[in-house]
Design a protein around this ligand. Structure first.
Ligand code: 5GP
Length: 202
């Protein structure tokens, strides 16, 4: 159970723990049906997809491997530039293998487009995408989501692996932060950029 201190930062619960559990179970069933008789590699995109890939893997009753990639954006934000680089590559050679990319959330789609293009050059037998959340409104790149948990409105969410300033990943649900939490963090970042010593609340 997450402490009251963390829960106090949340304005709304958008998707409950139970709804996530049910949907992940359904996705697992769908994947089992589609990949029956095949061996699968789940590729999780760190860190946001951590919780999702762990639960999804347990819902897939097939022989499977798990591997991870970590991506970082050049410049200010992935969303605005779409220019990303691999900071941790796969340990596995995926040539001739069935690969399922597991992503937390798709916004502009630029990150997934990049990952898909990189992995495609390695000649997997098949390459599909499973995303927990989709914010369709912001889409800039045309990426096909083969499996999707939930479509959500264009708002910033945290929890179940998704962070804000590296916090809130440990929430069991998907939620929306209180607006003042963004303001606090923004003030802290601004002060640090200017070389000041910002003290929260100070
Ligand atoms: P895209 O390249 O599709 O614009 O961005 C995808 C990445 O942006 C996600 O993997 C995630 O790291 C981040 N992102 C996009 N929307 C949200 C959000 O609402 N909350 C959080 N925590 N991260 C997000």
């Amino acid at each position: 159970m997450v402490s009251e201190i963390v829960l106090d930062d949340i304005q709304d619960v958008l998707i409950t723990e139970e709804a996530i559990r049910n949907r992940v179970g359904e996705l697992g069933g769908q994947i089992v049906a589609d990949y029956e008789g095949k061996e699968l590699i789940l590729v999780g995109v760190l860190k946001g997809a951590l919780m999702f890939i762990v639960d999804l893997a347990r819902a897939i009753d097939l022989p499977l491997e798990i591997d991870f990639m970590a991506i970082s954006s050049y410049g200010k934000s992935t969303a605005s530039s779409g220019v990303v680089r691999i900071v941790k590559d796969l340990d596995t050679n995926i040539e001739g293998r069935h690969v399922l990319i597991v992503e937390d959330i798709v916004d502009t789609g630029l990150t997934l487009k990049y990952i898909r293009e990189v992995l495609e050059t390695r000649n997997p037998a098949s390459l599909r995408i499973c995303a927990l959340l989709d914010k369709k409104k912001q889409r800039k790149a045309d990426v096909r989501l083969d499996y999707l948990g939930f479509e959500i409105a264009d708002q910033f969410v945290v929890g179940y692996g998704l962070d804000f300033a590296e916090l809130y990943r440990n929430l069991a649900f998907i939620g929306i932060l209180k607006p003042e939490k963004y303001a606090d963090a923004q003030a802290m970042a601004d002060r640090q950029l200017r070389g000041g010593n910002y003290q929260p609340g100070g």
